[in-house]
Design a protein. Sequence first.
Lengths: 159, 254
Amino acid sequence: MTLLQLFEWLQYSSLLTAMRNSTWIFPVIASIHLMGLALIGGSVLLVDLRLLGFGMRNQPLAELSRDAERWLVVSLAILLPTGIFQFMCFAATKYYYMKAFWIKMSALLLALLFTFIVQRRVVMAGDTHRDPVWNKLVASVSLVLWGTVAIAGRWIGLP
Amino acid sequence: MPKPRSGVRAVAQGASPGLISSARQAAKRRQSFNLPPLRGCGIDRYETPALTRWAILSRRIVAKAVMSLLRLCEWLATTPGSIALHESSYLYLIVLSVHVLTLCLFVGTAAMIDLRLLGLTMQRVRVSEVMARLLPWTTAGFLLMVVSGTLLFYAAPLLRYQNIFFRAKMLMLVLAGINVWVFHTTVDRRRADWDSDPVPPRGARLGGALALVVWAVLIMLGRMIPYQVYWFDCNKQPQPAFLNMIAGCVTGSR
């Protein structure tokens, strides 16, 4: 089964046809997605601002990032299901041809990998023995990746 | 060329969306704000003439204020800036995107403070420290929100004015302000006592929880604003009188 066929199957399944016929379901799901956006913004900013030397700059890096990571996971648990629902609510095949959708998905994958592999390793090592330039670099990459996800996500919704 | 009676172009030429705009009906609309006598309010104008006079006056003032707010919106909609923003191809969408994405900064940092007040994150950090470090970012986000939100209002003042979700959102903003004010004047006064508690006292937790609920409701109401047209519109009369009232639709028969 190709990706396009999968999207077509999703689009015409009976549950989704019913969902599309409601004027309420989509905005409600989109609102919950936005609440997740706010929460992920908070938890990503908490660590990235700290790495850049702003925000909670007096706290130990490892401890702060453990606190933030819990809420990052919570926000992902809100964002991913609502995101998939939103994707399924309208014509899934519409997204297949949409540049912003693929940009968002690739950036999301990169952001997740970067956050949970690279950034986690950096912050768990603490910030005593490392050149602060590395911290700033890691924070900038993280902000750019998550920013791309957010902006491309907004771009999907534009007319 | 005939003047379009409705739609974006008509609004640009001075028509008001959602309002009946012929001169005769405008006169009728003005008249309709002369409120009916105080029947059924338990105020007898022979027994308590002073109270009656006061009631009539206060009702007139409210009606005038509502009316002038409506006029203000009508006038705002005809200003060149509003029309330019309404009809722009990109600027409106950019402002909208800024408004949405600032959620991360504003609600994100505010939510972290609220979660600390609930004792759900950064338990080993003093509440004062969390607030001192994060509130400047929250404030910056709030300012960006207010500026972009004002521009979004300015782009379509009458549509927003007659939007139930917009009205509810403004009400929620007031409630958010009251929540912050109550927090700062009560439990926050004694912050020194519980500053380093991993889980702050009940009052502080209540403030944090209420704030989180308010942000969630605000986000939902904001997202709903453009969806009102799918189920309710001042232009599509007749509507239930209750909906007309809470949306502030001006109908000839009020």
